[in-house]
Design a protein around this ligand. Structure first.
Ligand SMILES: Cc1cc2nc3c(=O)[nH]c(=O)nc-3n(C[C@H](O)[C@H](O)[C@H](O)COP(=O)(O)O)c2cc1C
Length: 224
């Protein structure tokens, strides 16, 4: 199982080179399609990232869930509920991947999530990722007024592909659920790129998504 993250600068030559005072923006790309060929969500995520990084090079963190991702289990839950200072070496090891995935989120300014609808919900691998990144005290905290997300200040794109289930409809338990989870960890600025309905009219679904992507602005580097 390949779990090491891959980080690369976007291949495109920057039109405006990043100066010493600027730091490149980081895009975390998460692919949840189990298809590596013929995947619309992967194709449109490529196009969206090209658009977002058209003006400047970006650091891209690739987290491809088709590489495999483990499910949480009893050891993981016990380790997570053990205070950090009391964790055994084994418990630290149990949480290592989860820590790395949370670290990827913390490093990112923008998220691009390629989301195919599988059986009206998110692919199982994406649910496994969600279970590993929703961590009390790291990505959300409990307060008197209920849970509060800790990853504010980030923007997320959800690139939704489906055969017939319309994104945002009553039977969509994928995009709406994903939006809710992102809000739970503090990411409220979420844009859904809708490529649903591929089996009804593939060209129309792709054109609608591409038109949405064409309206996105390049994410510029932050001045340090
Ligand atoms: C296991 C599985 C379950 C699916 N379930 C649904 C579904 O509930 N609703 C739907 O509209 N399409 C469903 N589809 C079709 C996919 O959402 C569609 O092929 C989509 O384009 C997949 O994304 P991708 O092209 O990025 O791989 C399913 C496909 C697979 C493989």
């Amino acid at each position: 199982m390949l779990l090491n993250r891959q980080i690369r600068l976007s291949a495109k030559e920057p039109k405006m080179p990043i100066t010493a005072e600027q730091t490149p923006k980081t895009i975390l790309r998460i692919d949840a399609s189990m298809r590596r060929t013929g995947s619309s969500s992967r194709l449109l995520s490529d196009e969206l990232i090209a658009k977002l990084s058209a003006e400047e090079s970006h650091r891209i963190i690739n987290r491809d869930l088709a590489d495999g991702i483990p499910l949480i289990n009893e050891n993981w839950i016990n380790a997570n509920f053990t205070p950090e200072e009391d964790r055994t070496a084994e418990q630290l090891e149990t949480l290592a991947l989860s820590d790395a995935l949370v670290g990827e989120l913390m490093e990112s300014d923008t998220l691009v999530i390629g989301l195919p609808i599988y059986n009206f919900g998110v692919p199982a691998a994406l649910k496994a990722w969600i279970d590993l990144v929703c961590r009390a005290r790291l990505t959300f905290k409990y307060t008197e007024n209920g849970p509060v997300g800790l990853l504010e200040g980030r923007k997320a794109y959800i690139v939704v592909a489906s055969g017939g289930t319309a994104a945002g409809s009553e039977i969509d338990y994928a995009a709406r659920y994903m939006q809710h989870v992102l809000g739970f960890i503090g990411i409220h600025d979420v844009e859904v790129i809708d490529a649903s309905g591929q089996m009804i009219d593939t060209d129309a679904a792709l054109s609608r998504a591409r038109e949405h992507i064409s309206r996105q602005e390049s994410v510029l580097a932050a001045v340090a």
